[in-house]
Write a protein that binds this ligand. Structure first.
Ligand SMILES: Cc1cc2nc3c(=O)[nH]c(=O)nc-3n(C[C@H](O)[C@H](O)[C@H](O)COP(=O)(O)O)c2cc1C
Length: 162
C-alpha cells in the first residue's frame, strides 16, 4: 500500500460504493470445485460480449481459472448471504456448500441461481495483487423473473429492500 493511502482508508472508501455480489467458480487441474465471493464484477462489452471480475492472484480460484481457462459467474439473491460468506472462507472446502453440476461448457454451475454466466478466460491483466480477468461470455442462464439481489455496502451484506 502506498505511503499516502493506508489500506483501511482505501477499504472504507471503496465500501461506500454499493455493489451486487457474485460467486465465481472454476475447476482446478485436479477437477476440484474452486470458487470465491466477488463484488468486483462488471459488464465490459456488448460485441463481443465480455465481462470482467477482479480476482486476488493468491486465491485458489484464480489459479483454477488460469488452469482451466474457464469460469462461471453467479449473481446472488437476497436470501443467499450464507453462500456469500461460505465462498469467502479462505482455505475452506467448497464442494459441500451447495449442490452443483457440470455445465455443458465444462464449468462448475451452482444450483438455485437465477443468473449464471459461463465464460472463457479471454485475458488476465495483472493489476497489483489482483488480476483483471476478462471473460468472453459463452452462455447465460437467466431463468425467469429476477429475484431481489444481495447487495454489499460498507462491509455489510444487505438484502435488497425496495
Ligand atoms: C462481499 C465480498 C466480496 C469480495 N470480493 C472479492 C473480489 O471481488 N475479488 C477477490 O479476489 N476476492 C473477493 N473477496 C474475497 C474472497 O471471496 C476470499 O478471499 C476467498 O476466500 C478466496 O477464495 P479461494 O482462495 O479459496 O479461491 C470478497 C469477499 C466478500 C465477503
Amino acid at each position: 500500500m502506498s505511503e499516502q493511502i493506508e489500506a483501511d482508508r482505501f477499504r472504507r472508501a471503496m465500501g461506500r460504493f454499493p455493489t451486487g455480489v457474485t460467486i465465481v467458480t472454476a475447476f482446478d487441474a485436479a477437477g476440484e470445485l474452486c470458487g470465491l465471493t466477488a463484488n468486483a464484477f462488471s459488464s465490459v462489452s456488448l460485441d463481443p460480449p465480455l465481462i470482467l471480475v477482479c480476482v486476488n492472484r493468491a486465491t485458489r480460484c484464480y489459479r483454477a481459472m488460469r488452469e482451466s481457462g474457464r469460469f462461471a459467474v453467479h449473481f446472488l439473491r437476497s436470501d443467499q448471504q450464507d453462500l456469500a460468506l461460505g465462498f469467502a472462507q479462505k482455505g475452506a472446502d467448497r464442494s459441500g456448500l451447495c449442490r452443483w453440476t457440470y455445465s455443458h461448457n465444462a464449468v462448475p454451475r451452482l444450483e438455485h441461481f437465477d443468473t449464471v454466466i459461463d465464460c472463457d478466460l479471454r485475458d488476465a491483466h495483472g493489476a497489483g495483487d489482483h488480476a483483471i480477468c476478462v471473460g468472453r461470455v459463452l452462455d447465460i442462464d437467466s431463468g425467469g423473473e429476477a429475484s431481489e439481489p444481495l447487495l454489499y455496502f460498507e462491509g455489510q451484506l444487505i438484502p435488497w429492500a425496495a
